[in-house]
Design a protein around this ligand. Structure first.
Ligand code: ADP
Ligand code: ASP
Ligand code: MG
Length: 470
């Protein structure tokens, strides 16, 4: 009997009808002789809504809270009505939803009074999205007469460090707890339904594992329960040559290695959380990306050594939005040992991750890409620390309207002329490249363009390298 962890993203649980379809899918596999554990994201859009309302509450704007919680209740109520037929189960789930939303209202009011939103309280607020969706999926599965039990990530045993917003699971402890709490049920054929994305630190305080983190929850569970495969159900057929929202002709990649898929996830293929492949790749557990709306398609299979891997040098292209470029100049940086370290140290100490770096041999400047939301913090801290009199830095400039384009493929390594082909393709469109970087792994070439040109660049590269054809 196959053991599978199935994760359903927000796009798969957007409405009550979708949730009913998800329950049908899960129970069909279980009845066909498979053991399933289910991981659920918040209903589509809810996590973003929670972040917005928390930010408004921080500004002591209380009037939004009541409207928001009413609308949230209504949205979930409608989902319950469409997903679950049994009136008894409907009532049971409605009660959970009402209690959960009433708790949320108190949390938001608290934030409003203190006028402060810390990473810790933000994690608490966003956790409500999954806390509201999972009971509905649980109710819909129960409605199909299958044995099931609902857990939050914390109840399931996912323990992380206290890096709120981007917490890291303590994998050994977590595996032990999950096996202890979910293992016996799972072995008996009961379907555990677990909230994705949310966990708790060692003190039991709610944490989240980063945006899109339900994928991560799924692979953590997969490793702990030693399943045969982890299935990530989403709204596209699998991992594609590029975002099908930019290039509708994008083609599904049937097989990828862990390394290639991780590279794509890090560089913007939203279909997968960047850190999710860590736990499964160590244990060689295959991951499949599948389409909830097209379950006949077997999707993209991610393994250590794909059997039928394509050898095209360029396999995929992605655009990473919401980034900004920071350029640090200073003639005094030339030949001064440790000058880069000072720049990175300031950013690191202020919790700013540098996503991409480029410098010239002249060493008079260094360009970095960071998340756009962190730009203000980055400039102010660099200015405070580095640009006083006598410092190595003479000028800091920024561009907040850029995007990174990442061109990926394992066979790019050692293939001559790929970079020149990419850059001439961009130049032919009259688009200016602002910065370039290539990792020593040669798995990808990344460069920066103005965000308004990003989609055109992705389309041009997709077309030029004929990525729509295998
Ligand atoms: P979910 O709610 O299922 O987690 P996400 O929105 O996180 O879904 O990820 C799925 C989306 O990722 C797709 O709708 C697609 O637009 C986007 N995407 C971006 N790049 C890729 C890619 N290379 N392959 C597949 N999907 C991609
Ligand atoms: N709901 C969370 C988010 O929107 C986690 C997830 O969807 O995987 O980021
Ligand atoms: Mg996702």
């Amino acid at each position: 009997m196959k053991k599978i962890v199935m994760k359903f993203g927000g796009t798969s649980v957007g409405t009550g009808d979708n949730i009913r379809h998800v329950a049908d899918l899960v129970t069909k596999y279980v009845k066909d002789d498979c053991k399933a554990a289910v991981v659920v994201s918040a209903l589509a859009g809810v996590t973003n809504n929670l972040i917005e309302v928390a930010c408004q509450a921080k500004k002591s704007d209380a009037k939004h809270i009541e409207t928001f919680t009413k609308e949230l209740q209504q949205k979930h109520q409608e989902a319950i009505a469409a997903a679950i037929k049994s009136k008894t189960i409907q009532k049971e789930v409605t009660k959970i939803t009402e209690e959960t939303i009433s708790e949320l209202e108190k949390v938001l009011t608290g934030i409003c009074y203190v006028g402060e939103l810390t990473p810790k309280s933000k994690d608490y607020v966003v956790s409500f999205g999954e806390r509201l969706s999972a009971p509905i999926v649980w109710g819909a599965i129960k409605d199909q007469k299958c044995e099931t039990q609902c857990f939050t990530g914390k109840e399931a045993g996912i323990v992380t460090d206290s890096n709120f917003g981007e917490a890291n699971p303590l994998m050994n402890f977590t595996s032990h707890l999950i096996r202890e709490r979910l293992g016996p049920l799972f072995d008996k054929g009961v379907i555990p339904v677990v909230t994705g994305f949310i966990a708790a630190n060692q003190d039991g305080i709610v944490t989240t594992v980063g945006r899109g983190g339900s994928d991560y929850t799924a692979t953590i569970l997969g490793v702990a329960l030693q399943v045969d495969e982890v299935w990530i159900w989403t709204d596209v057929d699998g991992i594609m040559t590029t975002d099908p929202k930019i290039v509708p002709a994008a083609r599904m990649l049937p097989q990828l290695s862990y390394q290639e898929a991780a590279e794509m996830a890090i560089f913007g293929a939203k279909a997968m959380h960047p850190r999710a492949l860590g736990p499964v790749s160590k244990e060689n557990i295959p991951v499949r990306i599948r389409n909830t709306a097209n379950p006949k398609n077997t999707g993209t299979l991610i393994t250590k050594e794909p059997t039928s891997n394509e050898t095209k040098p360029v396999k995929a292209v992605a655009m990473i939005r919401d980034v900004a470029m920071v350029n640090v100049y200073g003639a005094a940086m030339v030949g001064a040992p440790g000058s880069y370290a000072k720049v990175f140290d300031v950013l690191g100490k202020n919790g700013i991750n540098v996503m991409m770096v480029s410098t010239a041999v002249s060493e008079a400047n260094i360009s970095m890409i960071i998340k756009r939301g962190l730009l203000g913090r980055a400039i102010s801290n660099l200015e405070i620390a580095l640009s006083e009199k006598g410092s190595i830095v003479s000028e800091i400039t920024t561009e907040d309207d850029v995007a990174v384009i990442a061109v990926m493929g394992a066979s790019m390594k050692g293939t001559l002329g790929v970079a020149s082909h990419i850059f001439s393709t961009v130049a032919k469109r009259g688009i200016n490249i602002r910065m370039i970087a290539q990792g020593s792994s040669e798995l990808n070439i990344s460069f920066v363009v103005k965000e308004k040109d990003g989609a055109a660049v992705v389309k041009a590269i997709h077309e030029e390298f004929k990525l729509d054809k295998s």
